[in-house]
Design a binder for this molecule. Sequence first.
Ligand SMILES: [Zn+2]
Length: 543
Amino acid sequence: MLRKIISSLIFGFLIISCNSTKKIAADFLVFNAEIYTVDDDFGLAEAFVVKDGKFFEIGTTEALQQKYSYQKEIDAKGKTILPGFIDAHAHFYGLGLQQQKVDLSGTKSFEEVVKIIVEFQKTHDLDFITGRGWDQNDWELKEFPTKDRLDILFPNTPVAVTRIDGHAILANQAALDKAGITVNTPAQGGAIEVKNGKLTGILIDNPMALIANAQDAPSIQDQVDALMAAQKICFSYGLTTVDDAGIDRSVIELMDSLHEAGTFKIRIYAMISNTPDNLNYYLKIGPFKTDLLNVRSFKFYGDGALGSRGAALKEPYSDRPGHYGALLSPVKDFKEVAKRVAASKFQLNTHAIGDSANSLVLKTYDELLKNDKNRRWRVEHSQVIDVTDFKYFSKNIIPSVQPTHATSDMYWAEDRLGPKRIQGAYAYKKLLDQAGIIALGTDFPVEEVSPFYTFHSSVARKDLENFPEGGYKMEQALSREETLRGMTIWAAYSNFEEDEKGSIEPGKFADFIILDKNIMEVSEDEIPNIKVLQTWLNGEKVF
Ligand SMILES: [Zn+2]
């Protein structure tokens, strides 16, 4: 033992004396930090050096200062550093497009609605203004508004703003004209409101589609603006990789060209929408990967959502007798797509919310992947699972879940499912125990972008008002370590990218974030308010 210590001391001395003569050139040193490396041992470190956009060595400040020479050093001032967050399921392009719509949620009067639209248009100069979120129940005058003011302010620019529930639109005359709507237009399955023989601009349900159809597809410039806007938001929250769950070839190719041009820097894991055109094209050309873009998966939409009772259940909804929800396509179509994808090198990621949809997806995956152990097919949402179906999850059939769904749905989920089925719903801990891995995401813009909300929901199982006391079904909460792994290395694994990202280890991309508080130690109710101070991607500061 003593000999071992002495020899290691001599060896250590030799290394130090070597280094003092010739230092290794690196790009920069980050020191004086509390670094959660998220390596296998969940180790802590205080410094690392970056070289050529990658982590080169992780260690103590002193050792790295002695061993390396560099142009700059960054004093983290004791702050917490994590690997850049990976959102395993989001709608990145959708988030960007949403930035081109007026947000009218929380407005207190129609006057305020009009004011916001006018201000928005000053900076956006859109050909067709759309927006969402007004609710006349929040106004003093609790009646549907009319289009008159919008006609005066925007005589030539179509304006169509949707009510908060998505079931009514207020459109101005320019929008009605563009959609070809007159007092004589039939309103099958809904209403086109007419008062004193004139259109008021209010459309309810089905006729709303006429307005949607009158809008041009976004121009290339709109699409570029959308991607850049989404990137800016994501960087501000410390996201360095986002899985875009369902995009078309045109968007994927646009992302690739913007990556190449150098302006678009965020890493994207693209799930290709399973349209016939996309399937035929990508199955023919095969997976495609750069450092910034990975195209090796298809997204299939299994069923609807639980809130609207569209999720496919094995037994009827507890709050609607005889109603089962539905699959979005026939079983044979899903199996056929799954079979085609299984015969390729692609991964299949299927949206499954109800226990019936999950059962179908799990059994189909199990059957097709029996002899193929590294396919990592994913079940997006894995939301309501029959107790007999948990057994199918593994590192090859991966649960991909969004913890904020649990805390958004907890108020009514049991009404839909009843006391028995709820046991297998939002059961993240059970999924992790079974699979040995869980990928975490948000589903933004359905939910807020903030990864800190995800983290909070995952560990505390409470909403932002800290309801309910003690947390919602806490036996399904994940620990902070499990949560952080789910948002970094396990998400990377679910993308076949665990060798290049998801932890702070030598050889991986230098994607990291500096936080204002220690997310592993602050009290639970402080987690949602943690701020990202800096976001680094590929050794470059992007926020
Ligand atoms: Zn989604």
